[in-house]
Structures are given as structure tokens and as C-alpha cells.
Design a protein around this ligand. Structure first.
Ligand code: GDP
Ligand code: ZN
Length: 328
């Protein structure tokens, strides 16, 4: 007997309904796929695994997928949609070049800093920005603890803010304590997949608490602390926000570092250097010791901020010493 056409649309056992969803968690061989408000534990079909020989895992947290729904409320991932970006780490214990994709399709990385206690740290910020630029991920700054800002700090604060805003990175001023700026931050998170990253003590947990009470994320920096030196454990998960969108819990963004960046490439991720590169005598100029350097000339002329140039030299140094590519 030939199969009736309706076989594919009636939710029959072998070819059930299909739905699109987002992978919010991965537990080895199972993936939690969020479809609407439901979470469907799903497996990947064997043939997918064969299709990809570079990555250690065919599906990552953040993937938009099509699942075929089974009658027992589980699913089969039948399609992985195109990714906008991805963050990888070297797979533990694997030969060089083998990578493990930790999270994909990030819409925004927010670098959290505090106005005081601790003071903003340009070195931290610029390292994260190199990573986001290298991976084509949009980024911005959140300056928390604005209630602590003193009159005497205001000028330095405004200059700091102007620096990053001038580069095109949005800067939000918040206080988890007074509620200042929280609504603006909430609007920025709505409908997007966002990563919040920042050093210890700047108020990430406090901000999340105010933004979405009950969200049980052990924020990136806590993970950074517990994971330091333990490069075998990596995981990520997406936490749905009630207003739509997700907060990603990932290893700290800095842990991803920048894979495969050569010293001469680094300047391309300092976006304001770009227009000055053509004035360098050498195409592989690293802008530290070479003569006739367009970037150094721009720093001297005040067209490139000296703070950013200093960050650049620090990161360049890390790369040369082989530190930055393992992401610490
Ligand atoms: P995390 O390590 O980044 O998660 O930081 P926490 O959320 O644990 O906050 C560190 C400390 O800063 C805690 O004592 C918080 O109460 C305090 N804190 C957080 N946000 C603010 C803020 O906006 N203003 C002030 N004054 N204190 C804050
Ligand atoms: Zn140069």
C-alpha cells in the first residue's frame, strides 16, 4: 500500500509535527529545545554528527533548530539554522585546532563595570571588545553603582563614557541600588540573547536580581572564579526573560580569548585604528616598534585615545607571549 499524503501532517509516530526552537541547554547527548513556552528534550540524529568533522559537537547552546516532535514529548533535531556568530574554545585534551563551540547566536555582550568600588577597568573592557569584534558580536558597557559616583569622579567618568560612546559602543549608567537605568537596560535585553560579563563585585548578580527576580544564574564572574585553571569544564545555558529574550550563562567572555589572532591582526579589532592602518609603511605593522606607523601618528595627534593604545600594547604583549589565545 502506498503511504497517504496525510501521513506527514497528522502527527503520526514516525513523522510527527515539526517546530522551530532555540537550544537553551545541552547535557551531553540531549538538548533542551525551547519551543514557545515549552522545553522539548531532544536528540540529534546520527547523520548530523557525521556531517561536521571540525567541531566536536554539531549543536550548540543558542542554535536555532527545527525539531520533529515525538509523541512522548521528546524531539529529534532535524535541522540547524545558520548561525550569526559563535564562540569556541579548544576542546580539552584534543589536538590543537580542534574546537568546541560553546555558544552561538549572541546578539549583544554587555560589559558590566562599576562607577566605583571597583573603578572601571579599561584593560578588562578592551580585551572583551577584541573578542566581540573578532567574533562579530555587538557590545556595550553598563556602568553600575552610579549612586556611588562622587562629584570629584564626575569628570573622569564623563571622559570615560565619551571614549566608548565615541567608538560606537553604547554606555548605560545604572544603579541596582536605586533602580536608575534599569528600565533602559531591560529594554536593551528584550528580545535578544545577551551575555553579561564583568569582574567580581561590580554588581552583576544585583542587576540580574532587579531585572528578573528569581532568575537563577550564577553570573559569569562566579564561574570565572570557580573555573580558573579548570579548562575541561565548559558549559553554557540560556535563561528566558519574562519580557522575551535570553540571558546567556557562559564561561566569562574573556575565557574565550581570541583564537588564532596574529599580532599584526589585533589592530583590526580596535575599530578606531582601522582608518589609520593604511598610513603604516609595513602591511604587517604591529604599531609598536615599526617606523612610519599610522596608528602611532594618530595617537600623537590625539586622533586615537592613548588609553586604547595602551590597552592595545598590553594585549599585543599577551598574544606574543602566547597567553591570549588560551583566553586568560
Ligand atoms: P557581582 O560579583 O558582579 O555579581 O556583584 P554583586 O551583585 O554580588 O555586588 C557586589 C556588591 O556591590 C554587593 O555588596 C552589592 O550589594 C553591591 N552593589 C551592587 N550593585 C550596586 C549598586 O548599584 N550600588 C551600590 N551602592 N552597591 C551595589
Ligand atoms: Zn602601524
Amino acid at each position: 500500500m502506498s503511504r497517504p499524503d496525510t501521513h506527514y501532517t497528522t502527527g503520526a509516530r514516525d513523522d510527527g509535527d515539526q517546530a522551530d526552537g532555540v537550544v537553551i541547554r545541552s547535557t551531553g547527548s540531549w538538548y533542551d529545545v525551547r519551543v514557545g513556552e515549552d522545553v522539548i528534550p531532544s536528540k540529534v540524529r546520527g547523520k548530523f554528527r557525521l556531517r561536521d568533522d571540525v567541531d566536536t559537537n554539531p549543536v550548540a547552546v543558542g542554535d536555532r533548530v527545527t525539531v520533529r516532535l515525538n509523541e512522548d514529548r521528546t524531539g529529534f533535531i532535524t535541522e540547524i539554522h545558520e548561525r550569526t556568530n559563535q564562540l569556541s574554545r579548544r576542546a580539552a585534551g584534543r589536538r590543537v585546532g580542534r574546537e568546541s563551540v560553546i555558544i552561538v547566536n549572541i546578539d549583544f555582550v554587555w560589559i558590566i563595570q562599576s562607577a566605583r568600588m571597583p573603578a572601571p577597568n579599561p584593560g578588562f573592557i578592551d580585551r572583551v571588545l577584541v573578542t566581540t569584534e573578532a567574533h562579530d558580536i555587538r557590545a556595550g558597557l553598563v556602568l553600575n553603582k552610579m549612586d556611588l559616583l562622587r562629584k570629584s569622579d564626575r569628570e573622569a567618568f564623563e571622559s570615560f563614557r565619551a571614549l566608548y560612546e565615541g567608538l560606537g559602543y553604547p554606555v548605560l549608567a545604572t544603579s541596582a541600588e536605586t533602580g536608575r537605568g534599569i528600565q533602559t537596560l531591560r529594554e536593551q535585553l528584550q528580545g535578544r540573547t545577551s551575555v553579561l560579563t564583568g569582574p567580581s563585585g561590580v554588581g552583576k548578580s544585583s542587576l540580574l536580581n532587579v531585572l528578573e527576580p528569581g532568575l537563577d544564574i550564577k553570573t559569569a564572574d562566579v564561574s570565572e572564579k570557580t573555573r580558573k585553571g579548570r579548562h575541561t569544564t565548559t558549559y553554557a545555558a540560556l535563561f528566558p526573560l519574562s519580557g522575551g529574550g535570553y540571558i546567556a550563562d557562559t564561561p566569562g567572555i574573556r575565557e574565550f580569548g581570541v583564537l588564532h589572532v596574529e599580532p599584526w591582526e589585533l589592530s583590526h579589532y580596535f575599530i578606531e585604528f582601522e582608518t589609520h592602518l593604511e598610513h603604516c609603511r609595513f602591511p604587517t605593522c604591529t604599531h609598536d616598534h615599526e617606523p612610519d606607523c599610522g596608528v602611532k601618528a594618530a595617537v600623537d595627534a590625539g586622533d586615537v585615545d592613548a588609553r586604547r593604545y595602551r590597552s592595545y600594547l598590553n594585549i599585543l604583549d599577551s598574544i606574543r607571549r602566547g597567553e591570549h589565545d588560551v583566553g586568560r
